[in-house]
Ligand binder design. Sequence first.
Ligand code: BES
Ligand code: MN
Ligand code: MN
Length: 470
Amino acid sequence: MSQMDDINSYLDDNFDAFVDHLRQWLEIPSVSTLPEHRADVAAAAAWAAGRLRDIGFPQVEVVATPGHPLVMASWMIDEAQPTLLVYGHYDVQPVDPVDLWLSPPFAGTLRDGNIYGRGASDDKGQIVLVMAALQAWAKVAGQPPINVKMVLEGEEEAGGESLAAYLPNHLERLRADAVLICDTHMVNDLQPSLITSLRGIVCAELAVFGARSDLHSGSYGGIAPNPLHALCLLLSRLKGEDGRINIAPLAEHIPTPSEAERQLWRDDSLGIASGLLAGMGVAESVGENDYPLLERIGIRPTLEVHGIVGGFTGAGSKTVIPAEAVAKISMRLPSELDPQQVFTWLEEAAQTLMPRGYRLEVRCLHSGRGMSANPDHPAVHLAAQSVEAVFGRPPVFLREGGSIPIAALFSELMAAPVVLLGFGLPDDEVHAPNEKFSLQQFRQGMKTVAHYLGRLRREENFSPAMPPPV
Ligand code: BES
Ligand code: MN
Ligand code: MN
């Protein structure tokens, strides 16, 4: 039996233990955006550090930051071998509306071949599968086949400021030949994918102010400014029913996709678009329907409203005209655009489009750059080969609609390729009630990562799989 066979057997034989690890981690409610969960986020960091020590990492540290802690680990086996930096996030999104969960969000419940819980797919499950792959190498071969560093953050879902601040000052500590991020999804359970770009994001608030206080809608209705209504008008001017975003400079700065990419979006031979429709449970998409769905997810900018706060929303009626209203919005941007720049365009457009008689404040909450990966880098080729070896099919290269802002910083500051190899599925319900991770994906993911670690090893007398370190 080859070493890879031993490793696969180890992963199969110990699969239940890995599921149990994930269950333990899912039980810790590490919601980074809610202050009341601060201690839980710290506990989730401590749990990860403990696991990494158990696996055999000689160096593990929980680093305090102004926000939530970073978990850093390294296992350097041989300086002639390449170094892989694994990034992941152990924080999770809030669970509301909690009533819609069929099992408790912080439990790790097994049902229908899936494990359910907040963070199962995004991103605890995908970190645990990397840990499993490393444990298999440690047990079968005594150590990983290459140098491995890990950095796990607890603020990804909250903007990721602490790691972004830490990174530029600790480049030497994090230095690697490639960065592996398992925090995306595949097309479906048969068709793996490697991500070639992530979209940038800017999150903002539009706050509209009218009268000096709330008003009786009988005494003042018809003459008073109504910030809620004005906000709706503003939103529909910023993005109309045709889905076009009315921010003039934006249209001029959308990158031109290659003809090959256009072709891929038009043909969509894998039927990804119908999968997206099925995933939403709707018959047709809205908005810019003159563009293929894949183009709209991958490269078109978006403007989405996440929530509107204002007025009276309790049971029954209350005849009041609110004095203010706030919309929480975000824009997704092709990786080439600078989100800060786009924010200034948004602010200008919103002030121009705002109905008269109101005061508008446009606030930037946070932003993160998109990223594009180099699909021709050997680290990406080796990932594709590993995927094919385990899934029996080569991955498709796709642009991802979601954002992982730290990926751009890795790629800019560390001059290392970022490999976006994710094992989630489109119906994992990430950020929504009933988040799950397929146990089959969990298993295949472990095997793929274990395989990848082996492939990255530079063998003597062989042409180097990875260019030697500089
Ligand atoms: N893992 C996701 C990014 C992602 C989403 C990848 C969908 C693939 C498909 C990540 O945890 C995430 O949710 N990112 C946020 C970033 C934001 C909070 C700055 C996002 O995309 O909304
Ligand atoms: Mn994630
Ligand atoms: Mn997320």
